[in-house]
Design a binder for this molecule. Structure first.
Ligand code: PMM
Length: 356
């Protein structure tokens, strides 16, 4: 496996699988399992064997209500794992919203920064721009500690789409190449179960922003609620992998670029089944322009989304684009505005993400 993300963004219709390794004591999904770096590296390598295309290494829990750890502790947790996986040729993503952690992780070989803050720290954006790494821009409305109080929407699909589009414009204005950005609806981040289902059922609205989509449903509590059936207790997180495979298959059928999962092998199997279903068993058919997709919520109607993979950049000039709401953006060499305010980053007026 070569350690870049570019090839993963080439046109194709096999949804990628991002394996999750949380080096934390308190993540809701796998907290405490990989605290020892040796266990974490072994888990990452096993996930690659099982079909993961990249491994997301995180050192800070983002479960609702979680407090932040200090940067030195986050670094102590993730850096050895990032370094060893990268040295083994694994594509490593670092799940952090801190510029210091991201910088050290990129130095250690990470090729993607997975920023659950939604691009709220201009310094982090400057780092991503300068180092030319890929960047996951996830929708959030402020830090985990109090995000549930921000789960208030009139129309969650249009509001999340508009907020993510505004964040994308900020990210690109900060100098990050648009073709290095992957968008994520942030399932469970300042969202109720109903909000999550609405976003999944209308994922085409986010795809219309024209960037590859990453979606993380794995083991999340909205699945636990659905599986509670008659019981008052939600199904616990370690019994939600089968339900996660259902969302993986539906997301793959919908044409998302990647899913972020804890159980890799069933997800890798599911995305291959979806591709075979689409092509009558032929695994190597690669569309050149757009992905035929089943549009969720339309009773199985098929449609065409904009190709979710990135077009390769040619030339050295800035990239210009038009936002869905009519705004325009520009990125690349020659454009280095460093926004000091970050519109759409709820909570930033209280304590900036970078300082938490
Ligand atoms: N979810 C979690 C953490 N990081 N990153 C992205 N891009 N998308 C997500 O949905 C996401 C994330 C929380 O889940 P975990 O505690 O199992 O890592």
């Amino acid at each position: 496996m070569s350690a870049t993300v570019d090839d993963l963004l080439e046109p194709g219709d096999l949804t990628k699988v991002m394996g999750v390794v949380n080096v934390t004591p308190d993540s809701f999904s796998d907290g405490g399992t990989f605290l020892d770096p040796v266990d974490a590296v072994r888990a990452g390598l096993r996930m690659v064997d099982e079909g993961a295309d990249l491994i997301d290494v995180g050192g800070e829990s983002t479960r609702p209500g979680a407090s932040r750890v200090v940067a030195s502790e986050e670094m102590r947790r993730v850096l050895p794992v990032v370094a060893e996986l990268a040295a083994a040729g694994v594509r490593v993503s670092v799940d952090t919203s801190r510029v210091s952690v991201a910088a050290a992780a990129v130095d250690a070989g990470a090729v993607l920064v997975n920023d659950v803050s939604g691009g709220c720290d201009p310094d982090l954006l400057a780092l991503v721009a300068d180092r030319g790494v890929h960047y996951v821009l996830m929708h959030a409305r402020g830090p985990s500690v109090d995000m549930s109080r921000r789960a208030v929407y009139g129309d969650v699909v249009s509001e999340v789409t508009a907020e993510l589009e505004a964040r994308l414009e900020t990210v690109v204005a900060a100098g990050v190449s648009a073709d290095r950005v992957i968008l994520d609806p942030g399932i469970g981040f300042a969202k109720t179960a109903a909000h999550n289902w609405a976003l999944l059922n209308n994922i085409d609205a986010l795809a219309a922003l024209g960037r590859p989509l990453l979606v993380g449903t794995s083991r999340k509590s909205f699945l636990g609620s659905v599986l509670a059936a008659g019981s008052a207790r939600p199904r616990p997180s370690d019994e939600r992998d089968d339900a996660t495979q259902a969302t993986t298959a539906l997301l793959a059928a919908a044409g998302v670029w990647a899913v972020r999962v804890h159980a890799v092998r069933p997800a890798a199997d599911a995305v291959r089944v979806v591709r075979a279903w689409r092509h009558g068993g032929a695994a190597d058919v690669v569309p050149t322009t757009s992905l035929p997709v089943v549009v969720p919520g339309t009773g199985g109607a098929t449609g065409h989304w904009p190709r979710l993979g990135a077009a390769p950049r040619t030339g050295a000039g800035p990239v210009r684009g038009k936002g869905r709401n009519g705004g325009s953006f520009e990125s690349g060499p020659g454009r280095r505005d460093r926004p000091t305010a970050a519109p759409g980053c709820a909570g930033e007026q209280e304590v900036p993400w970078s300082a938490r």
